[in-house]
Design a protein around this ligand. Structure first.
Ligand SMILES: Cc1ncc(CN)c(N)n1
Length: 224
């Protein structure tokens, strides 16, 4: 039995914002993958938009790496973030092979509104004014939504179509779960002795990440 995690402030926020967290991690698009009813055009739309997102997310993670290296008292912070950054290298390759598998020409894909707004949010988090603990909270939330969503599609009794299990495994695998747990521990450690103002900011960015994730899933329904 795994050691039950010590409940930190993030867990209290997830309880407080339970319906939004559920909307982000159990979105209809994700449930449609789980029950096998997903239509291919939705999947292809999500694939193209997420390819564009990951290309913006990589520089954001590079910024988190710099912050971890400079500001964290824990040398392991930088190593955890470096692991996440390294995985983005083969993630982009995976998107390219998945794109050719589904006949999605990424060169013709244009970022939709929700993607552009998410990108602007990430850019805002790269400002040096944003406290390290706030950035780590956002970084964890971004990764955790995908981990929770795609792990769900792999749970017992799933009807996930075989050709989509690769995508689900990418973020639903146990290694990614452990990585997310390491990032969460970093964020919780930072928040333990954060100022009241930093805590308010961290809760705000957590909520905004969840809102951006819901809007991102909504793009797969089509429409701008
Ligand atoms: C929109 C979104 N959010 C999070 C992830 C996981 N890095 C992602 N690939 N795309």
């Amino acid at each position: 039995m795994e050691k039950p995690e010590k409940r930190g402030v993030i867990d209290t926020w997830l309880d407080k914002h339970h319906s939004l967290y559920t909307a982000a991690t159990r979105h209809d698009f994700v449930i449609s993958i789980l029950d096998g009813s997903v239509d291919l055009s939705s999947f292809k739309t999500w694939l193209g938009q997420d390819y564009l997102f990951v290309r913006e997310f990589a520089p954001f993670v590079a910024n988190v790496l710099i912050r971890a290296g400079k500001e964290s008292g824990e040398t392991s912070d930088m190593e955890v973030v470096l692991g996440g950054l390294a995985s983005l290298n083969d993630e982009i390759e995976w998107f390219k092979s998945e794109g050719s598998k589904w006949g999605v020409d990424f060169s013709t894909v244009v970022a939709q509104k929700a993607n552009k707004e998410y990108r602007r949010f990430l850019e805002g988090l790269m400002s040096s004014e944003v406290e390290y603990g706030v950035v780590m909270t956002a970084f964890w939330a971004i990764e955790a939504v995908y981990q929770e969503s795609f792990a769900h599609c792999l749970e017992n009794g799933n009807k996930t179509p075989g050709e989509l299990t690769g995508a689900c495994n990418r973020w639903g695998n146990d290694g990614f779960r452990q990585y997310c747990s390491s990032v969460k521990n970093i964020a919780e450690r930072c928040l333990e002795n954060a100022s009241g103002e930093a805590l308010v900011e961290a809760e705000d960015v957590l909520v905004r990440v969840l809102e951006h994730e819901v809007a991102f899933w909504e793009m797969s329904r089509g429409g701008q």
